[in-house]
Design a protein around this ligand. Structure first.
Ligand SMILES: Nc1ncnc2c1ncn2[C@@H]1O[C@H](COP(=O)(O)OP(=O)(O)OP(=O)(O)O)[C@@H](O)[C@H]1O
Length: 366
């Protein structure tokens, strides 16, 4: 089984280092997503694997086949890497029919006519576009064009499939359906796939593993559950889903849990604190905080403020002197004084010095 291995990959454009010292092993058949904010180096990494840009240093190999190695000076040209690529823009040739779009990469590979026709029919069937072979791209919807682009990337049976935001031109509903369909197809073909997106919901839904990138480095590599439930640092906790970061000071440390005095003076039980200074951020997801009728274990009095309806849940701003955070509930709650319970097992502690830059999302006020 051929694993794709990136070793100490660094890619610079002049004095901008877009990717720094990235190492990653992707087993055969895995669906791995590179996820991160704009400019974090996702596409640069993908293009280096495809051979469309030149890595500065490091090594890229698929099993025994070395695509790039700066120590030996080896750099295989893109057309020899046998990689299927799909971009956000689809990049179909407008003057060629669907079948001719698929024929082109096979002609480049000098595949004979009979074999070519068979491969085209098979690839179009895979993406459920068999009936559209004679149409031109402008006669297809966005979703259909995206399927044709995928068929063109699969028609020569690539060893790797690289997808750069392939669904971002589709509307939200179609996009959701397309990702389920894409994942099913990828599993059926068992083709190793690297998917680039900045959409965390998409990444959580389709991936075997996610590599969360920031400033050209991988901040965390793990399954969607690991990334969501056990973020390795405050950047990941903030970027994936939504997190509150409550400032506090560790007053008691234990192997399995700590006690933290929050900025409002209340002391709560939390998960274990990191080593280092006692100033911490207690990260907790808004949906894990519950409302209680009165005081109790790990419960703090708060004032419930503005509410937003997010479609499936209600989100409220809550405050207590020195602390502001958000909670989510499945029912509408009147504004006023309430008690918020913070389950210790739902907290993750980070050093205060790691505080992320916040991105506030807008939602309709209820
Ligand atoms: N051809 C180039 N010349 C110079 N700098 C570049 C070039 N391509 C990318 N960069 C820079 O490299 C960094 C990483 O860019 P990259 O396109 O890999 O980011 P990305 O994570 O894919 O972002 P997006 O989600 O916006 O596509 C950015 O700072 C970008 O400005």
């Amino acid at each position: 089984m051929a694993d794709l291995v990136l070793e100490n990959l660094t890619i610079a454009y002049g004095n901008v280092t877009a990717v720094r010292d990235v190492s990653l092993t992707i087993p055969k058949g895995e669906f791995l997503t590179l996820l991160g904010p704009s400019g974090c180096g996702k596409s640069t990494t993908l293009f280096a694997i495809a051979g469309l840009n030149h890595a500065t240093s490091g090594r890229i190999a698929l099993g025994e086949r070395v695509f790039f190695d700066d120590r030996t000076g080896r750099s295989e040209p893109p057309e020899r890497r046998n990689i299927g690529l799909v971009f956000q823009s689809y990049a179909l040739w407008p003057h060629k029919t669907v079948a001719d779009n698929l024929a082109f990469p096979l002609e480049l590979r000098k595949v004979g006519r009979a074999e070519r026709d068979r491969a085209i029919a098979e690839a179009l069937d895979l993406v459920e576009m068999g009936a559209y072979a004679r149409r031109y791209p402008f006669e297809l919807s966005g979703g259909q064009q995206q399927r044709v682009a995928l068929a063109r990337a699969l028609v020569y049976r690539p060893s790797l499939l690289l997808l750069d935001e392939p669904l971002s031109n589709l509307d939200a509903k179609l996009r959701e359906r397309a990702r389920v369909w894409l994942r099913e197809l990828q599993e059926r073909l068992n083709v190793t796939t690297i998917y680039v997106t900045h959409d965390q919901a998409e990444a959580l839904a389709v991936s075997d593993r996610i590599a969360v990138m920031h400033n050209g480095t991988i901040r965390q590599l793990g399954t969607p559950t690991e990334i969501y439930e056990q973020p390795s640092d405050a950047f990941v906790a903030d970027f994936i889903g939504s997190s509150n970061f409550l400032e506090g000071t560790v007053v008691e440390r234990g192997a399995s849990g700590s006690r933290v005095r929050l900025a409002n003076g209340a002391t709560i039980a939390t998960s274990a604190a990191p080593g280092g200074p006692g100033e911490v951020l207690v990260a907790i997801r808004p949906e894990r905080i519950t409302l209680a009728d009165g005081p109790g274990e790990n419960t703090i009095p708060v004032t419930l403020g503005t509410g937003s309806y997010l479609g499936s849940v209600y989100q409220y701003e809550v405050s207590t002197p020195g602390l502001n955070f958000r909670i989510q509930t499945d029912r509408r709650v009147p504004q006023g004084d309430v008690f918020a319970r913070i389950p210790p097992e739902a907290t993750t502690l980070f050093l205060k010095s790691e505080a992320p830059v916040r991105n506030e999302e807008a939602a309709p006020v209820v």
